[in-house]
Design a binder for this molecule. Structure first.
Ligand code: FMN
Length: 259
């Protein structure tokens, strides 16, 4: 059979999009365990698995979490997983081998970056598995932004960093497929090719047009802003952001995540 005829997973991936409106429907605990088990099958550089998931299970924790971040999405999703980088457990395991190991030092850039990479691979497997079961999902980045509050809420010890929330559930919306950069910009053949300003402008224009047709900013944020203005707002460097980022860098360093 030709490769292109075996397209079922490819079709699933090509039609995946983030879902931010969920029907408040419970799924059995077995589904959650199955999805996380599938996530664990993702490749890992060593068998230390530098990540942990906190299953936000009780109504009480969900309410508390939704106050800090995630709002209605966290309230209505069938499954909410707090995805964490976890260097603590790995360090404990390596201690057991009684040698001078990289996590006993103050410098472990590879492990720090890999913990985020490993967690992302596991998350992606879970997303794909959830899609195959007919469930939608979205990732929320707010746990990192509110790391100290999230760490308090879930009793995260030093060495465990909250990265993102993975929210999975029954779709309450059917949004269109969102734009991506053209292949010729992200797929480089043999050496890196810097894109021209015109190529980038064309993509930004396409993005703006799509988001306007989707009514994206108004629908999800309630703001009357064009998408590129929203993007500027989200990425603006100002005094407040500088202060927050300094605090986050300090928090990451204190928590053993060192680059
Ligand atoms: C690391 C990460 C963080 C994200 N954080 C948020 C978020 O905080 N809020 C949100 O609504 N979507 C979030 N998303 C979803 C993206 O906005 C979404 O993937 C992107 O707009 C592309 O849309 P699509 O997934 O529908 O193709 C996040 C996605 C990733 C990978």
């Amino acid at each position: 059979m030709s490769l292109l005829k075996k397209r079922s997973v490819v079709n699933l991936l090509k039609s995946r999009r983030s879902i931010r409106i969920f029907k408040p429907i419970n799924v059995p605990d077995e589904i959650v365990k199955l999805l996380v088990e599938v996530g664990e099958r993702a490749p890992i550089p060593t068998h230390l698995q530098l990540y942990s998931f906190i299953w936000v299970k009780s109504q009480e924790k969900r309410e508390e979490l939704s106050e800090i971040c995630g709002g209605e999405i966290v309230k209505n999703a069938s499954i909410v997983l707090l995805v964490c980088g976890d260097l603590k457990r790995a360090s404990m395991m390596l201690d057991l081998l009684e040698h001078r190991h990289v996590l006993s030092s103050d410098k472990h850039p590879v492990e720090t970056v890999m913990s985020i990479f490993e967690a992302a691979l596991a998350v992606d497997s879970i997303i794909i598995a959830a899609e195959s079961l007919g469930l939608g999902s979205v990732i929320l980045d707010c746990p990192l932004i509110y790391a100290p509050s999230i760490a308090r809420l879930f009793n995260l010890p030093r060495g465990i960093i909250p990265l993102v929330l993975l929210c999975i559930g029954v779709r309450g919306e059917s949004p269109p497929i969102r734009p991506r950069l053209p292949l010729e910009i992200i797929l480089h053949e043999d050496s890196y090719r810097e894109p021209s300003e015109d190529e980038l402008k064309a993509y930004l224009a396409k993005l703006e047009k799509h988001m306007e047709i989707e009514n994206y900013v108004k629908k999800y944020t309630g703001k009357d802003l064009k998408y590129l203005d929203y993007l500027k707002m989200r990425t603006e460097l100002n005094k407040e952001v500088e202060k927050d980022y300094d605090a986050l860098i300090k928090y990451l360093r204190e928590n053993f995540f060192k680059i």
